[in-house]
Write a protein that binds this ligand. Structure first.
Ligand SMILES: [Zn+2]
Ligand SMILES: [Zn+2]
Length: 339
C-alpha cells in the first residue's frame, strides 16, 4: 500500500509499504480522510516526546472497514467509521477501571504505532466508531479533536448560565466553544487572530476579545459584574496563557488546562489557587467521548466544516504539515483525502 512515511526530521517520503493485517479484535480501515494536527508538525520536526522515526504520522482519521481480524463481527465489513486513535492493553488497572485513556501501555496511532497517512491502518474494533450517512468522512476525521474538547468540557461540570472564558480559538478552542454553548454557558473567547475570532462568534461565543488591543481581565470583570469567570479553559499551551487563567477565574471557580507547553514544568500562581479556592483540572485524550460527539455532530449541534480551510492528497502530506507549521495562506484545519 501507499503511505507517507516520515523518515527523519523534516523528511516525508511516499513509499510502498506492506499492507497491514488486522490482528484478533482489530479491523483494517481503508482510510478516506485524515486531519492534519499540530502534533504531526511536532513529530515531523522531531519535537514530540512520543514520536520517533520512521513513523507514519496522522491520528485524526475516518474510513471504511475493509478487513476484520478474528473475533470481530463480519457484519462490520464495509461499515464507514471514525477512529478513536488508541491501542489499549485491556488488562491494566486503568483499563479495568474503565479509564482506558490512562492505560499503562497506551499506544496512539501516528505516535508509537503507524498512523493514518496511508491507504490502510489497523485499529481495535471497539475504537472504530460507526459513522452515520449524514456525517461526511472529513467531519468524521476531525471528530478526534472535537471528542478531545468534549472530554475536557465534560470534566468542567459546566452549568447553564455559567460564564466560560476560553483562551485560544484554535481547533480545540473552537470545539470547546461549541460544547460550552451547547451546555447553555455564556462563552467568552480570547483570540488574537481576527478570522478565528470571527469563527468563534459564528460557533457560539457571546463575546470575543482581542488580547493584543484589549485588557482581557478588565473585560471579563466588566462582563461578570466583578465576579470573573465560573470556568476558564486554556487551549493555547503557552506559559503566559497558562498563568493568565488564575487572574480570569472567580473565587471558587474552575480552570481546565487543555494546552500544555511541552516543558517539564511551568510557573503557575499556586498562592492564588489556594486563596481563591480554585479547582484546576487536566485532560488526557478521550474516554467514551467519541460516540457522544458523533451523536452531537449527526444532530447538527457541532459544526466541524467551519474550521476546515485546506484540502490535500496523500502525496502532499509534507506540504500540508509545513503549511500548518507556518500558518501560510490562512490555513487553519487541513484535511488529507484519499479516494
Ligand atoms: Zn490531533
Ligand atoms: Zn491498559
Amino acid at each position: 500500500m501507499k503511505a507517507a512515511v516520515c523518515t527523519g526530521i523534516g523528511r516525508i517520503e511516499i513509499r510502498d509499504v506492506p499492507k497491514p493485517s488486522p490482528k484478533p479484535g482489530e479491523v483494517l480501515v481503508k482510510i478516506r480522510s485524515i486531519g492534519v494536527c499540530g502534533s504531526d508538525v511536532d513529530g515531523y520536526r522531531g519535537q514530540h516526546p512520543m514520536i520517533g522515526f520512521p513513523i507514519i504520522l496522522g491520528h485524526e482519521c475516518s474510513g471504511i472497514i475493509a478487513e476484520i481480524g478474528e473475533r470481530v463481527d463480519p457484519g462490520r465489513i464495509g461499515q464507514a467509521v471514525t477512529v478513536e486513535p488508541f491501542f489499549t492493553c485491556g488488562v491494566c488497572p486503568f483499563c479495568q477501571e474503565g479509564t482506558y485513556n490512562f492505560c499503562a501501555d497506551l499506544q496512539i496511532i501516528g505516535h508509537q504505532v503507524a498512523g493514518a497517512f496511508a491507504e490502510y491502518m489497523p485499529i481495535p474494533s471497539k475504537f472504530a466508531h460507526f459513522k452515520p450517512a449524514n456525517v461526511d468522512f472529513e467531519e468524521a476525521a476531525i471528530l478526534e479533536p472535537c471528542s478531545g474538547a468534549l472530554h475536557a468540557v465534560r470534566r468542567c461540570k459546566i452549568q447553564s448560565g455559567d460564564t466560560v472564558v476560553i483562551i485560544g480559538c484554535g481547533t480545540m478552542g473552537s470545539f470547546a466553544t461549541q460544547h460550552c454553548r451547547n451546555l447553555g454557558a455564556e462563552v467568552v473567547v480570547i483570540e488574537p487572530i481576527a478570522f478565528k475570532r470571527d469563527a468563534a462568534t459564528d460557533l457560539g461565543a457571546a463575546v470575543v476579545i482581542d488580547p493584543t488591543t484589549e485588557d482581557a481581565a478588565a473585560k471579563v470583570k466588566e462582563l461578570t459584574d466583578g465576579k470573573m469567570a465560573d470556568v476558564v479553559i486554556e487551549a493555547v499551551g503557552e506559559q503566559e496563557t497558562l498563568e493568565q487563567t488564575v487572574s480570569l477565574v472567580k473565587n471558587g471557580g474552575t480552570i481546565m488546562l487543555i494546552g500544555w507547553t511541552g516543558n517539564a514544568s511551568d510557573p503557575f500562581d499556586l498562592t492564588n489557587t489556594t486563596f481563591k479556592e480554585l479547582t484546576v483540572l487536566g485532560t488526557l485524550g478521550f474516554c467514551r467521548d467519541f460516540p457522544i460527539s458523533m451523536k452531537l455532530l449527526a444532530a447538527g449541534k457541532i459544526d466541524i466544516k467551519r474550521i476546515i480551510t485546506h484540502r490535500f492528497t496523500l502525496d502532499q502530506v509534507q506540504e500540508a504539515i509545513e503549511m500548518l507549521e507556518t500558518g501560510a495562506d490562512g490555513m487553519w484545519k487541513a484535511v488529507v483525502n484519499i479516494d
